[in-house]
Design a protein around this ligand. Structure first.
Ligand code: ARG
Length: 416
């Protein structure tokens, strides 16, 4: 069933819906402190996220009284109607911080379309609980198709099904807009973003609305990139869940305009990559830590440490002359390192391929090795003349579980 504004009002008038996520697991207390339980009028349950000390974000259809009435100006529930508890995993709110709502802000466009499904709840006093901000500029890679996100909520564990007795979480990859548009004629790419697996099984469900679609950056920091909005059933094959597209322009600007402190921007030049990506073709998850941007000066730059799971691939982009990749294995292992330049640099260097160097390693026993993909001297000279060329290091490591540990060290391309 679709769970948009109309469904929200119906639920509000009927009994309290059963309390989470389909195909999820129980969240231990304290893991996602910013996730909030949201009750409206003592009955209709939603989920939300503390995005700044004084702001909780939930769905438009959780905050709007006029859901489904066809009025293009949403009328918000009065602030006292909201019961918000942050940092609890219990549907009754035990162990959490109770928050008092002072003002309800809904985008004026909400209800005119199926999108804009967002409500900002301003609190009467800042919460003590640590917030999770909405991803701002520089974090776009965190919500590109394939980025693996975490959903969390107090909703039902199947469509029309039973309550979960504790906050649930699951991971879902971001689905490309065209695929989502194929699944939903209501899909609007400006303010909606989809997540799910082709085979279904893991999804948000009724009562999860307003809860976060959480991105994890390679450094482990979390950002809110979406809020649960609607879906046709829950966890059905070929039918992803729809989320408010919070980190993109339209809704990002709405959040910024009302609660500027709720949006985190990356520092200029930083390259942020998601902690995990999912490839729908191979059904493989790729794990990688983020690149540390090379400083503008210095000749030798300690790169970054990347702990890789076995048979996983990591990818780092930064400006370097070469790299040393250290592989530490607790048993036999093998690795392949590929050094590439970006397409523009390849053209300027007159290269036909973007691969500039490769190196391999194979160990028959535990120990450490260093792998150095070397640039030919001609190429190295040409690259020194092109100090802005960007390298991508790709390290694919194989070995028994837990065996390899990969340390990538970058050397700056030019001493400036
Ligand atoms: N509208 C629902 C709510 O109010 C959320 C439904 C999400 N459904 C899905 N298949 N992802 O809680």
């Amino acid at each position: 069933m679709l769970c948009g504004g109309a469904a929200a009002l119906a639920l509000a008038l009927a009994a309290a819906p059963a309390h989470a996520v389909v195909g999820g697991t129980a969240v231990p207390q304290g893991k996602y402190p910013s996730v909030a339980h949201v009750v409206i009028g003592g009955t209709f349950a939603c989920t939300g996220t503390l995005v700044a000390p004084s702001w909780v974000l939930t769905a438009g259809h959780c905050g709007s009284l006029t859901g489904g009435a066809g009025i293009a100006t949403p009328l918000a529930f009065p602030p006292p109607a909201f019961g918000v508890t942050a940092g609890t995993v219990d549907p009754q709110g035990a162990g959490g911080e109770r928050l008092t709502v002072e003002r309800v802000v809904i985008p004026p466009q909400y209800l005119a379309t199926s999108g804009f499904d967002t409500t900002l709840l301003q609190l009467s006093a800042p919460a003590r609980t640590a917030p999770t901000p909405v991803a701002g500029t520089g974090f776009e890679a965190l919500w590109r198709p394939g980025a693996l996100e975490t959903v969390a909520g107090f909703g039902t564990t199947s469509s029309g099904g039973e309550a979960a007795s504790v906050l649930q979480e699951a991971k879902v990859p971001v689905v490309a807009d065209d695929a989502c548009g194929a699944a939903y004629s209501s899909f609007e790419a400006a303010t909606q973003l989809c997540g799910g697996y082709a085979e279904g099984g893991r999804d948000t469900c009724q009562g999860d609305s307003g809860g976060p679609l959480l991105a994890t950056a390679g450094d482990g920091r979390r950002y809110v990139v979406g809020a649960t909005s609607y879906g046709d059933g829950c966890g059905r094959p070929g039918v992803p869940g729809v989320y408010a597209r919070l980190a993109d322009r339209t809704l990002g600007d709405f959040v910024r305009a009302n609660a500027p402190e709720a949006v985190a921007d990356a520092s200029p030049g930083a390259v942020t990559t998601p902690a995990e990506r999912y490839d729908p073709a191979t059904k493989q998850v790729t794990v990688g830590s983020p690149p540390t941007p090379a400083p503008a000066t210095g000749t030798t730059t300690p790169g970054f440490t990347s702990s890789l799971a076995v048979d996983r691939t990591t990818r780092h982009t930064f400006r370097v002359r070469g790299v040393r990749v250290r592989v530490r294995c607790s048993a036999a292992c093998s690795a392949k390192i590929v050094l590439r330049v970006d397409g523009v640099s390849a053209k300027r260097l007159g290269l036909r391929s973007t691969t500039v160097a490769t190196a391999g390693l194979s160990r028959s026993s535990a120990g450490r090795s260093t792998v150095r993909p070397r640039l030919g001297s001609k190429l190295a000279a040409a690259m020194r003349a092109l100090p802005r060329a960007r390298f991508t290091v790709r390290a694919a490591v194989r070995g028994p579980a837990g065996a390899p540990r990969v340390v990538v060290r970058a050397v700056q391309l030019a001493g400036r």
